[in-house]
Write a protein that binds this ligand. Sequence first.
Ligand code: ADP
Ligand code: MG
Length: 337
Amino acid sequence: MKISEVGEFGLISRIADKFGNLTPDGWDGIGDDCAVIPLDSERSMVVTTDMLIEDVHFLRSRISAWELGRKALTVNLSDIAAMGATAQATFLSLGLPSDLEVDWCDAFFEGYRSLGVPLLGGDTTSSQTGIVINITVIGECPTRNIKRRRDAQIGDYVVVTSALGDSAVGLQLMLSDSPKTDCTQSDCDELIAIHHNPRPFLKQGPWLGNQPAVHSMMDVSDGLASDLGHILRSSKCGATIDLDAIPVSDIARQVAGQMGWNITTMAVTGGEDYALLLTVAPDDFQRLEAEYYAAFGEKLYIVGLITDATDGDYNISWSGKHYDSTDNNRLKGFRHF
Ligand code: ADP
Ligand code: MG
């Protein structure tokens, strides 16, 4: 059997099955944005690691070294924030082609350093297959603040912290060879820049972690459709999502319209927005939203509801004016295999 037949998550669940019983009681291993290791009776350490491979995750000719250094770390910091924690330290391992310019590396390190989190170690090797980047980040927070994927409750609102789809439209613009005569160059540049320099919710994550009304949380890296699926399977729930309620920025809507792309599909299935996706007790939402706005000057967006998984399928049921059931196949997130 080939990996493509079991898929990324099929393979990960084989690993989890083999290693789960080695995980000490009270620790969380595979299955969330970070592993959780209790430090003492009050605090826990959270750990995440992510790999970026040239030509799979990025094209060297399209992203600057500075942007890549910043983005590679950003995606890891986003996983720490998604647990409700704050990053403390990072480790960086690099596989590099021997003909890579040292100036490129220096710019990469500057981008990485721009996020201001300590780099305490790593590993460096040569690579014959392009640039390989692996980053590990350690974070910390009060144990009671940790938000997991498995704690969504029936009746919770499904909430995101920002518009979705900017990054997907930016990526599509970057990859598209068709002339972009219909959209303003500055709009296109702005969306491509968002794709290359995503904005993680580093302060908002720990703030939301401190809110008991937030039951579960993760970051949107593979697209809402795929990522909400993780919350649903972990929490053994279903969800209804209103496609008309998905927040989309004016600029993404406009450019996608000009290019003839379906912005709703891009917002729901496109990855790399790094918004936080959370489920919230409905009675507390109004207060939470007002306090969040007071703290950050930004809105929280309700996109749907956690429901009972009556059929045991943990599926998302889509609704909205423009939804038709033939859309189901399109409404899936990014898959590696
Ligand atoms: P995220 O998108 O938040 O980084 P992933 O979808 O990459 O999360 O991973 C899901 C879970 O599977 C995480 O808990 C991660 O640590 C775990 N995981 C992924 N690959 C492996 C692997 N090769 N070995 C062990 N655990 C893995
Ligand atoms: Mg994540």
